[in-house]
Design a protein around this ligand. Structure first.
Ligand SMILES: Cc1cc2nc3c(=O)[nH]c(=O)nc-3n(C[C@H](O)[C@H](O)[C@H](O)COP(=O)(O)OP(=O)(O)OC[C@H]3O[C@@H](n4cnc5c(N)ncnc54)[C@H](O)[C@@H]3O)c2cc1C
Length: 542
């Protein structure tokens, strides 16, 4: 990927952006789905036209070897990849660019940045792959800082050590998904953590945001894969002990997981790895209704079977992802193992699904011992689903280029609350889109499932009105977040809090927890320079 150019405003690489014919075809599909005229393609923005202010700080001599303040570096570190970020990037609006960008090559250089910034009152925003969808990397730090510096950890990207006995690996925080898998492959191992942003996001970013991978049960999030972690703070190293488990008080790992760059810079972690799977059993199952399918998924999640993939798509999702066009909800089910064949597991899961009215039009597919395609390719079972899954982020950027309002959001709730939450979320987002845009569609899939509840993931699409796209998006986002909170969900199952979810996160967490977190921040970051405004607010929480 070294020869590809990362997009400065949209997802992925410029060379992989859908071509004109693909964008035109997308416009026709949107027009048919929403019952509106096909939107006209707009020319893609040029980096040379990006508008940003002069930097407010010079590169200090002690950081000169790895710090920059040129336009391109600042533009590329202004935003993550949320819908809102992409709309502003597409418009060339980079007025919130960081003043400086540091690319440390060692933990010592990370320490030097934090020392200098603490002394000078400069805000520091840790930056991994820059794929945040919640405003986590945006240097919107409020008043009280002399400047803002984006601290990009991608220079720390090595797989340092592998312990084949305990099956763990020590990996630096800036390693992206492909770099991690490439470093583990010679050992026959995999981390088996495959978020949709896998190509560009980093281990440190996953840890800082408690990212969710592709797998539906058991090890759903990076939390489950972290054995120990090392974070550099303005007060020095915060390193936890390598342990399979511990009951020694509140877990220090848990203070780092989800800390979103507000407590320190994760520099490396020991993560739990495993052999690449050799056995895969998969099936595609159809249901007459989404909630009927959800009942089956609940029964499977409570059966102790632990499928690797148990992804229920509502009819709209099934249609868009080309897995069914006949109005059925579709369950993509798969088991995988490095150790044993899985026929009894998939057959029992299919029997449970059948008890809930499922039809399985083709029997399960059983595979064994194939020469190693990436574990991720095997895990994402249906080929059409897989290609749709990987193309989706590019299509979202193409939708932005067409002026379409298009975003996703996710939550988790207990099973007893799911039907009411789903109904309320779908109705209130549809209503918000109807009011703002005159039309709109909301679809849902269950991405992760637990014995006590699902994690539903929603997508909405609506015809934007030129210049009012962000207003419409904001109304839909607000409607979704209010409905989620009112019906007992969480503001995020895995996308993190960032700046975008702060108002709802603050209502979700216990008040005393906010103060405890504020005290923790004051202990490790006394000058309050790390990602200000994220998770805790100075003067209010600590
Ligand atoms: C197309 C697309 C698909 C996505 N799919 C998924 C998905 O399947 N699952 C999922 O969970 N998320 C997903 N996301 C969201 C995003 O990829 C995750 O939040 C991811 O974990 C961010 O990793 P990153 O390296 O890009 O971090 P960044 O975006 O660079 O940073 C995210 C946050 O972590 C902090 N941070 C980053 N690195 C460090 C570090 N080393 N130390 C301390 N703090 C740090 C930042 O300050 C920021 O607050 C998706 C996003 C996009 C655009």
């Amino acid at each position: 990927m070294a020869d590809l150019t990362p997009s400065f405003w949209g997802w992925g690489f410029e060379e992989r952006f859908p071509d004109a014919a693909a964008v035109a075809s997308l416009a026709r599909r949107v027009s048919a789905a929403l019952g509106v005229d096909a939107p006209a393609p707009r020319p893609l923005p040029r980096l040379a036209d990006a508008a940003l202010p002069e930097p407010r700080a010079e590169v200090p001599p002690e950081l000169a070897a790895f710090c920059a303040r040129d336009r391109e570096a600042r533009v590329r570190h202004t935003y993550g990849k949320s819908y809102r970020d992409q709309v502003r990037g597409f418009a060339g609006d980079f007025r919130g660019a960081p003043d400086l960008v540091a690319l440390p090559r060692s933990e010592d250089e990370v320490a030097r940045v934090l020392e200098w910034a603490s002394r000078e009152g400069v805000a520091v925003i840790p930056f991994g792959g820059g794929t945040s969808v919640t405003g986590g990397v945006e240097p919107d730090v409020g008043p009280g800082y002399r400047a803002a510096l984006s601290l990009d950890v991608k220079g720390l990207a090595a797989v340092r050590e592998v312990d084949p006995v305990s099956r763990a690996a020590r990996i630096q925080a800036g390693a992206t998904g492909p770099a991690i898998e490439a470093g583990l492959a010679p050992h026959g191992l995999t981390l088996r953590h495959f978020p949709q942003s896998f190509e560009l996001s980093t281990l440190g970013g996953w840890i800082a945001t408690r990212a969710g991978g592709h797998f539906a049960t058991v090890t759903t999030r990076i939390d489950d894969l972290v054995e120990s972690v090392r974070m550099w703070t303005p007060r020095g190293a915060f390193e936890t002990r390598r342990l399979p488990a511990s009951g020694a008080g509140p877990s220090p790992d848990r203070l780092v997981l989800g800390s979103e760059g507000a407590l320190g810079v994760v520099t490396e972690a020991w993560v739990r790895v495993q052999p690449r799977p050799r056995f895969v059993a998969s099936a595609t199952v159809h249901f007459d209704g989404f909630l009927r399918g959800a009942e089956a998924v609940r029964a499977i999640a409570q059966s102790g079977l632990h499928p690797a993939n148990c992804r229920l798509l509502d009819p709209g999702e099934a249609f868009v992802n080309a897995v069914a066009a006949d109005g059925h909800a579709v369950l993509l089910l798969a088991f995988e193992s490095a150790d044993h064949a899985l026929q009894p597991w998939i057959e029992r899961a299919l029997a449970i699904a059948a008890e809930h009215g499922a039809s399985c039009r083709e029997g399960p597919v059983l595979r064994e011992g194939e020469a190693a395609p990436a574990a991720r390719d095997r895990a994402v079972e249906s080929a059409s689903w897989r290609s749709a899954f990987l193309a989706a982020p590019y299509l979202q950027s193409a939708l932005v280029s067409l002026g379409i309002v298009a975003d996703t959001f996710e939550t988790a709730c207990t099973w007893d609350r799911f039907p009411a939450l789903h109904e309320a979320v779908t109705a209130s987002v549809s209503d918000a889109l109807q009011r703002a845009c005159g039309a709109g569609a909301v679809t849902c899939r269950l991405t992760h499932v637990y014995p006590d509840g699902p994690a539903p993931y929603y997508t909405f699409v609506a015809p934007g009105r030129a210049g009012a796209e962000l207003e419409a998006w904001s109304a839909a986002k607000r409607a979704a977040s209010e409905a989620i909170l009112a019906h007992g969900g969480t503001i995020t199952h895995h996308h993190a809090v960032g700046r975008l979810h702060a108002p709802w996160y603050e209502r979700e967490r216990p008040e005393l927890f906010a103060r405890a977190l504020g005290a923790a921040k004051a202990a490790v970051d006394p000058a309050w320079i790390l990602n200000p405004g994220v998770l805790v607010v100075r003067g209010r929480d600590g």
